[in-house]
Design a binder for this molecule. Structure first.
Ligand SMILES: C[S@@+](CC[C@H](N)C(=O)[O-])C[C@H]1O[C@@H](n2cnc3c(N)ncnc32)[C@H](O)[C@@H]1O
Length: 435
């Protein structure tokens, strides 16, 4: 087994990896996606290459940081994403045909429609029917106060009435970006939880929700639209049609052989978090999913990084580092909080194997891969995800150039006794030139 040393990149990557930096970057700021990386990370990679990439790929596109930044740099980029919400978010950010005039006209129309919204809007527009979504007698906690629900529905109804291919999706993303703010929830990492003392704070009115939405449109979106319109003349590449919705394990196979000379991506980490739970309100309230079976079908197509699906039984890949951690964790089987844990761990690396197998033919000789992952820990055992993936990539023909230690992450409270931190890294790989 090759011995991979990690190179310390914490000084460089510490400042540019977190999505926080995107919160004030034009267009990237339209929706704060906690699990994303910053646009500067993408720029730093292109800067260090000794060639100008012709075609890039991001196989887990999330909020679309890679494809948008590539578009800004005039580089073609394919991107794949399973979440219908994240997919729409990326596509909205990649459009370049917005104009200030049309934006302003549509906002005016929207405001007029909202001001004439029926008082009993809940009879005209759908809101999730889940038991704890809206305040009602007998509930102690709920996601949305009744007036807040009505405020959201007014906006959603108006967006649907506008029914514009370009501006309705944009307004939906603007609405998504205020959803948690007006709700009783916050994102706590793993899922969403109730804000502390939510029932004691001052309730928002229906109009407050509208104002919060208009404020976002006027102060964030409008300025960016103005700049998009100005820069549109210089736009040489548009990645909108290269952004695809679906399971990356299938979509990779649709690419031409020898077509990709740069891959930058960050898969879900092996931390048993399901993005479906973290973004469940956006998915449900905005209508991307409206029943349990669509939710289940979506979850079952995600990479096996969580236990919200009962995964099929499977044995781990024959990689000593993996087998070693797997067997140590297996010793605690009787204490497991979920009996899919081992199938998740082995399934995750099978998924990575499937991906690297398909990727090999799609990459050009000499092409580079930057793969951002994080290590995990279960039952006092660390899983060195970066080193295991490095070995999977090598087994599928790639050359691992180096593993860069990017950041040190706080482990979950159960693991803190044993581990001070878990490493997040960037695996740098190449498809070497044929000799
Ligand atoms: C860590 S995030 C990527 C973040 C991205 N780099 C950014 O800056 O926004 C991983 C993404 O992989 C997506 N994903 C999970 N399983 C997938 C699958 N089978 N096919 C495509 N995307 C998937 C998740 O929905 C999530 O958006």
């Amino acid at each position: 087994m090759p011995e991979y040393e990690r190179k310390d990149y914490t000084d460089i990557y510490g400042a540019i990896m977190s999505f926080d930096k995107n919160k004030e970057t034009p267009i990237h700021q339209w929706y704060p996606f906690v699990e994303g990386y910053a646009s500067d990370f993408i720029k730093s990679i292109v800067d260090e290459l000794n060639y100008k990439p012709e075609c890039c790929l991001d196989i887990f596109s999330g909020s679309g940081t890679t494809n948008l930044e590539m578009q800004n740099m005039g580089i073609k980029c394919y991107s794949f994403e399973i979440s219908p919400f994240m997919y729409e978010l990326s596509r909205v950010k990649l459009r370049t045909d917005y104009t200030l005039n049309n934006f302003d006209n549509n906002v005016r129309k929207l405001k007029k429609l909202i001001s004439k919204s029926p008082l009993d809007i809940e009879n005209f527009e759908k809101f999730p029917q889940n038991r704890n979504y809206v305040e009602k007698e007998g509930l102690v906690k709920w996601h949305y106060d009744t007036e807040v629900m009505r405020g959201i529905l007014d906006i959603k109804y108006a967006i649907n009435l506008i029914n514009d291919d370009l501006y309705s999706p944009l307004f939906r993303i603007a609405l998504a970006s205020i959803l948690l703010k007006v709700s009783n929830m916050y994102r706590n990492g793993k899922c969403i939880s109730y804000k502390k003392n939510f029932d004691k704070r001052q309730m928002l009115s229906r109009l407050d929700v509208h104002e919060c939405f208009y404020e976002r449109l006027d102060n964030v979106f409008r300025l960016d639209i103005e700049n998009i319109e100005k820069n549109n003349i210089n736009q040489i590449v548009n990645n909108y049609n290269n952004c695809k919705h679906g399971d990356t394990r299938e979509l990779i196979n649709t690419l031409d052989n020898n077509s990709i000379d740069l891959l930058i991506t960050s898969p879900p980490y092996l931390n048993s978090r399901d993005y479906t739970d973290s973004y469940i309100d956006e998915l449900r309230v905005l209508g991307y999913m409206d029943n349990i079976s669509s939710e289940q079908s979506y979850r079952s197509k995600t990479i096996r990084s969580h236990v919200q699906v009962k995964w099929d039984k499977n044995n781990p890949l024959e990689i000593p580092l993996l087998i070693d951690s797997y067997n140590k964790i297996k010793e605690y089987e009787e204490e497991f909080w979920n009996n899919s844990l081992l199938d998740m761990i082995s399934g995750y690396f099978w998924d990575m194997d499937t991906i690297f197998k398909s990727l090999y033919d799609k990459m050009k000789f000499g092409g580079s891969i930057f793969f951002n992952v994080a290590n995990s820990a279960y039952y006092e055992t660390e899983i060195e995800v970066d080193k295991i993936i490095a070995e999977i990539a090598e087994n599928n023909g790639f050359k691992v150039v180096e593993i860069r230690e990017a950041r040190r992450m706080k482990p979950s409270s159960q693991q803190r006794k044993k581990f001070d931190y878990l490493i997040e890294s960037v695996i740098v790989m190449k498809k070497e030139l044929a000799s």
